[in-house]
Write a protein that binds this ligand. Structure first.
Ligand code: URA
Length: 191
């Protein structure tokens, strides 16, 4: 991935920001694209939005080391503009491969670009904080943490969705607990 030239973003990036965290994580958080700080440091979510993401994780007793954090596209768009459809398409094989290798149980999409990668045609305002079965994993859409930095009223919504995520993870754990295996495990109550 570090030498990828599949789209023009390769020309302006400082480096590819592949992602970080536990390679066997049960939960993957997928944001949009690296910003200025991420491009410099080569790590996802290290700026202001990342500080809020760290806080959100801590609020449910997790750290970055317990999960995996990646982005839909791996190189910074100039001026932090929205990713272009061609850039998302060029980067798709990388995210697909990460999903295959990490094989998470829960995919948390952060923001609309990440949501549309997994649940195209859904509006984030409608589906955030609600779980959806997706093959052998579940998808849990959330607003992007940066949205709360621009629109303060979203902060409590994101915090509430994070608490819901924690409940879902616990439900999944108990559904997969050994004493429930006799009935083949239980699926989550879905919306
Ligand atoms: N926003 C994102 O979507 N990803 C990052 O890595 C940083 C900010």
């Amino acid at each position: 991935m570090a030498g990828c030239h599949a789209c023009d973003l390769a020309q302006q990036r400082t480096q590819v920001v592949s992602g970080e965290g536990a390679e066997n994580a049960d939960i993957i958080f997928i944001g949009e694209a690296p910003g200025y700080n991420e491009d410099r440091q080569g790590r996802p979510f290290v700026g202001a939005a990342g500080a809020f993401l760290d806080e959100l994780l801590a609020s449910i007793g997790l750290t970055r080391r317990d999960v995996y954090i990646a982005n839909v596209i791996k190189c910074r768009p100039p001026g932090n503009r929205d990713p272009l459809p061609a850039e998302i398409a060029a980067c798709k094989p990388w995210l697909d491969r990460q999903m295959e290798l990490i094989n998470p149980k829960v995919v948390v999409t952060l923001g609309r670009f990440s949501l549309s990668r997994f649940l195209p045609n859904e509006a984030i305002s409608k589906v955030h904080g609600r779980v959806r079965q997706m093959g052998n994993m579940v998808c849990f859409p959330m607003y992007h943490p940066a949205a709360a930095l621009h629109q303060g009223s979203l902060r409590s919504t994101i915090e509430a969705d994070m608490r819901r995520l924690s409940e879902i993870v616990k439900e999944l754990e108990s559904a997969n607990a050994p004493d429930r295996q006799d009935d083949g495990g239980r699926q989550l109550a879905l919306f």
